[in-house]
Every structure is written in C-alpha cells, then in structure tokens.
Design a protein around this ligand. Structure first.
Ligand SMILES: Nc1ncnc2c1ncn2[C@@H]1O[C@H](COP(=O)(O)OP(=O)(O)OP(=O)(O)O)[C@@H](O)[C@H]1O
Length: 627
C-alpha cells in the first residue's frame, strides 16, 4: 500500500476552542490527583488542584500554558492515531464516528496488535466489539486468495453475532474483507454457500458452527485469529463441549482472545489450555468512582434548568448537606447566585475573575458551613481546597468524561455517601453516552420499575415540578431588572461557550438520534409520591412536548399537488442533498486531517497514561485472575 505523507495539520480552531483543550489536559492531571486520593481515604481533604492564579478569566489562558499543554498532549496521545493502524482500518473507525478509543479499546488494541493472547474482563457497553475487530482487520489487512477463513469470532447468541456482523461491515468497510455468518435458525444452504465464497472471517454461534464443520468437513487450518466473545455466557449456555472441539481443530500458531464479564474457574481452566501466556486486562473503572456515589441524570430542556436546580436544592438535597454546583461560565455563576439568594438560599460562589479576597471570603463561608451551596466554573474550581462534599450538581453537563470524574471526585469519600445530579438537555445527551462508554457501563433509561435507590438512571422531569418552580422564577425575574440582565448575559455567554465546547463522538450523536428520548420514564427520584395515573398523564404531556413534525402542514397529504406543497418538497430534497454533501465533506476532512502513517509504529505508553486510564493491564497469572 502506498505510504501517505503525514501533512502538518492546520489548526483552524478558535483560541477559545484551544483553551478548552488546555482545560482538558489539566483535567487529566486533576483526575490523576483524584485517584491518588482514592487510595488514601483517611485524608479528610482532597489534594489541592493546580493554582488558578494564572487564569485571567474562565476562557482566557496564558499562551505559554497553551503550548505546554499542546506538547504534553502530543506526547501522551492515546488516540486511534497513535496505534499505527493502516489507512483502510483507520478510515473505517473515523467513518463509524469514533473519536477517541474507549478505555477497553485503549488498553487491549495495542496489546493485541503486538500479537499477544488476551483475556479481557469487561462488561457490556464499553466498546469491546471494536476492541477485537480493529486489530483483527489490521492483522488480516485485505482479502486473500487462499482457501479458508483466517479469523473466527464465537458469540453465545444470535443477536450478539448479528450485532458483531453489523460492526464488522461498518468498521471494516474499507478493508474489503469478506465475512460469513453461521447461526442457528438460518438456512443451512445459505450458510454453505457463504462458506464456499471463501470468507476471511467467520462469525457464529458454537452449536451451529460445529454442525456446519461436520456437515461440510470444514477445515479451520487457516485460522490465525480467534475471539471468544462473552465467554461467561458461552459457558453458561452449555457450549463448553463445542468450544473444546472447535479449539482442537484450530492450528497451534494462532492468536486467541477471550472477552468475559466474569472469570469463573471453568473459564480460567479453558483459557489456560487454549491460550498461550495470555495478558490479563481488567476494566477497573469502578475504583475511579466511589462506590458510595450515586449518579442521577435528568433529561430536560435547557430553559428548565433553573427550575430543576431550585427543586433539587429545596426538595431533594437535605438541609444539612453541602452541594457544589458546576456551571458553564462565570455569567451563569452570577445569574444563579442572584437567583438563589432571591429564593432564600445562602450560597457562596467563585469564578476565576473574582478578586482573590472575595474568593477567600466565599470559600471560607462554604468551608465554615455558612453557605451550603457553592457555585463554581470548572476553571475556578481548580486550586481551591474544600472539604469533602455531599453532592455535586452538574448544571451544565461536562463535555469530557474525565471532567465529570474530576467534578465528582470530592463527593462520597471517606466512607460518606453522596450524589452527583446531572441536568442533561438534549444536545448534551451524546456526552452522557460518551461518559458511559468511558465508565464501561450501559446507560439505564428510566423505567417505571426503577426505585429511589436505583443508581445511574437517566430519567425525565415531571412537568408539574417544573411548572411550580417556573411560576416562582417568573415572578422573581419580573421583580428584578438585575436578574433579567444577568439572565440575558448568561444566555449570550452560553452561545459563546457552545462554540468552544469540544464535540461528542459522532457515533454517540447517532446513537442518541436513534433513541426515543420522549419515551423515558420519570426519574425515580422525582416520581415518588406521584400516583400511577398522574405519572401516565405526565408522560403523555412530555410526549406531546417532545413531538416534532416530520413535515410541514403543506405536505400533510402526500398526493397534494398544491404549489406550496411542491415548493416545500423541492426545498426539503434540496436541503437533504446539501446536508448529505456537507456531512460527507466533513467526514473526509476529519479522516484527512488525522491520517496516520501507514507503517506500524509501536503504540505509545507513558506513565501518565497508565495512571489516568481505568484499565490495568497486567501479566498476572491466570491463577491470580481467578481470585
Ligand atoms: N470509541 C468509541 N467511540 C464512540 N462510540 C463507540 C466507541 N466504541 C464503541 N462505541 C459504540 O458504543 C456502543 C456500545 O459498543 P459495543 O456494543 O461494542 O459495546 P459492548 O461492550 O460490546 O456492549 P454489548 O455487549 O452491549 O454489545 C456501540 O454503539 C458502539 O458503536
């Protein structure tokens, strides 16, 4: 394959965007600090964060810092780019909309690319499918004329096999590799035909695969890459015998990977026999979040955030609890500080442009419990030394998972319980998906069965709660010109903030589009005390509120030949073409700008990365992993 010269990347981002990136680098430092604290829970106070005295404002930072941060970023790049992938593989990843590798991908892909056998302990929802598909494409590279599949992926269920097939097609789109799907329940003739076409990859369930192997006298001698996906379920479903039989037919010189949510003795024994000196990779994210920390995510409109904030502080947070509220800009701090004071809350506040003395006074009020609420921006929260907290409220959802960890790092420590409430409006939902990929947990959309104790639930807010608070808010603003001005300024600054906010991964945007957010049930924390009929009514109101017409009133009847109807249809198709064209150009630009060199470089590792990733690669013996 022709080598592509790596063009120097033109930086087109605005300075505010770069500032954001700078912020994220610092965040990584802060998270690392937070983790250390994890290990020393006896300490009452969290370590100090880097001093913020150099920060002029929340969005303007020193250029020397910027350069330092950029250099640091280059050095510790743990992205897909630094994995030394070939162009067709990399292009597939970009096209699929993955921006950065998930923790399991970051840890497993380099090890697999190094040719090692791997046992990875991972639950669902963390991107493990791509973790074994990407190195598989890299290993197989392109279709080969020789007979016999070179990769075999075994999954416990038909659904999982279909999903893996879908990902193989999407991610491996530019490799040209052929895949056959061998599943129970499908026509044997079709499967024989698929195998006669000399596929590079076979994805299948063990029972039917074994059957086909015998019927066709299928040889697996060309197989060089084998994956046992969800191995715990493969065994639970009674496939042990078929797996042993399949493994006996495979050549010794192969690379074998085993992904499993748990590692019971049976799987450990199987791995000992079937894998050669496997590297054990464990996803240990839970240690990053305190197990005493409860996460609650509320879906609402941006305009409803002040109302929910008031409701949470009045009715959900207990009076003796201390809460830090993270907002997007200093203007939000100023507006909400005024609003909370009008509503009778004692609150402290800090933002980086605030005079040093005022900052000290405010922190002092919070530390001495004169104020139970502290309003902060991410930048201003650095360098402050505050006690352990009961709650954090993410008024604006963080655009990076590590920033989320940093914000909640002071809650639920030293044996105390705590909650992180997050107010998530629709354009922030993709960040919530990215966060869950990072945490290695699937998102739980609220269901009527969820109870107040349910953790990590994403639910909606009953309109009645918002209505109550909003009528108060209206009066407060009508009576105060100050409040009106502060609100207007914070709304304007939010527009600027949005321009500089890093994008979520395009794949998460796609997943959100495919989710019916209007059907999420009321969050269990907000639905208690409501009769089932009332809950149904609220759900109906929310569905009506979230209704978006797919066409205009002129196009109601598809046979309508009226002028207005035809104009609308013509405009729609023209707009669709433009949007398509724009998306294609943008996707291609992303691929070009971030094109890796074709030659494989050794994946970069450094200590920083080791410290702030949530996986631990270890060469522990299989004995150890069974403990
Ligand atoms: N690096 C990434 N960036 C953004 N989205 C990703 C990334 N990796 C995977 N995803 C997406 O996350 C979702 C979950 O991934 P995947 O299905 O591989 O997880 P999993 O751990 O195999 O879970 P499951 O067992 O439910 O299949 C998919 O929609 C996938 O496309």
């Amino acid at each position: 394959m022709a080598q592509r010269k790596k063009k120097p990347m033109k930086r087109k981002k605005s300075s505010t965007h770069r500032d954001h990136e700078l912020q994220s680098d610092d965040e990584e430092f802060e998270v690392a600090a937070g983790i250390k604290d994890d290990q020393d829970t006896s300490s009452r106070r969290l370590p100090r964060f880097p001093a913020s005295s150099e920060c002029v404002s929340d969005v303007e930072l020193d250029t020397r810092e910027l350069t330092r941060a950029q250099n640091k970023k280059k050095k510790k790049s743990g992205g897909f780019q630094s994995m030394g992938l070939s162009y067709p593989v990399y292009k597939g990843i970009m096209k699929k909309g993955y921006k950065v590798p998930t923790p399991i991908q970051k840890k497993t892909i380099p090890v697999i690319l190094n040719g090692k056998d791997v046992v990875a302990m991972a639950r669902t929802g963390n991107g493990k499918t791509a973790a074994f598909l990407i190195p598989m494409f890299e290993k197989l590279k392109a279709p080969q004329a020789q007979t016999g599949a070179r990769a075999l992926v075994l999954t416990p269920t038909r659904e999982l096999a279909l999903q893996t097939m879908k990902f193989t097609k999407e991610l491996g789109k530019f490799t040209g590799l052929k895949t056959a799907l061998i599943l129970g329940g499908d026509s044997m003739d079709d499967q024989f035909a698929a195998l006669h076409e000399n596929p590079d990859i076979i994805i299948g369930t063990p029972g039917r695969l074994m059957h086909v192997i015998k019927e066709m006298n299928l040889k697996l001698q060309a197989v060089e890459y084998v994956v046992f996906d969800e191995a715990n379920r493969l065994f639970e479903m009674g496939f042990a015998e078929q797996l042993q039989e399949i493994i006996r037919r495979l050549p010794d010189a192969r690379q074998t990977l085993l992904f499993s949510a748990t590692l019971p003795k049976m799987i450990v024994d199987f791995a000992r026999a079937g894998l050669t000196e496997p590297v054990l990779i464990r996803l240990d994210v839970d240690t990053k979040l305190s197990d005493q920390l409860k996460l609650s995510f509320f879906h609402l409109r941006l305009d409803d955030k002040p109302a929910l904030l008031l409701h949470l502080l009045r009715n959900v947070v207990k009076p003796q609890e201390q809460t830090v509220v993270f907002v997007a800009t200093k203007h939000h701090v100023e507006h909400l500080k005024e609003l909370l004071m009008v509503e009778g809350f004692e609150c402290a506040y800090i933002y980086s442009a605030l005079h040093q003395t005022a900052r000290k006074i405010n922190i002092g009020r919070f530390v001495h419990r004169k104020a139970m609420v502290l309003l902060v921006t991410d930048v201003s929260a650095r360098g402050i030394d505050i006690p352990l907290l009961d709650n954090v409220i993410n008024y604006n959802f963080p655009s990076k998972a590590k920033l989320f960890l940093h914000r909640v790092g002071r809650v639920a420590r030293a044996g105390k319980k705590g909650t992180a409430f997050s107010l998530v409006c629709t354009d922030e939902v993709p960040y919530l998906y990215d966060l869950h990929l990072f945490l290695g947990r699937p998102i739980q959309l609220a269901l009527p069965e969820h109870t107040q104790d349910s953790d990590d639930v994403f639910g909606c807010v009953p309109q009645s709660i918002l209505d109550d608070e909003e009528s108060q808010l209206l009066t407060a603003h009508e009576n105060s010109l100050d409040l009106q001005n502060l609100r207007r300024i914070s709304e304007n600054s939010y527009k600027q903030y949005l321009k500089s906010r890093p994008n979520p991964s395009p794949e998460s945007i796609k997943r959100v589009k495919n989710t019916d957010l209007s059907s999420i049930a009321v969050h269990p924390l907000l639905g208690s005390g409501l009769e089932p009929m009332e809950l149904d009514r609220l759900l109906m109101v929310d569905t009506i509120k979230g209704y978006k017409a797919k066409s205009t009133i002129f196009e109601i009847n598809s046979n309508n030949k009226m002028n207005a109807s035809e104009v609308m249809r013509a405009k729609r198709s023209q707009d669709d073409r433009l949007v398509d064209k724009f998306s294609k150009v943008r996707a291609e630009r992303i691929v070009e700008h971030t094109l890796p060199t074709v030659t494989r470089t050794e994946p970069q590792h450094n200590e920083d990365e080791q410290e702030d990733d949530e996986l631990q690669v270890s060469n522990d013996s299989m004995q150890e992993c069974s403990r």
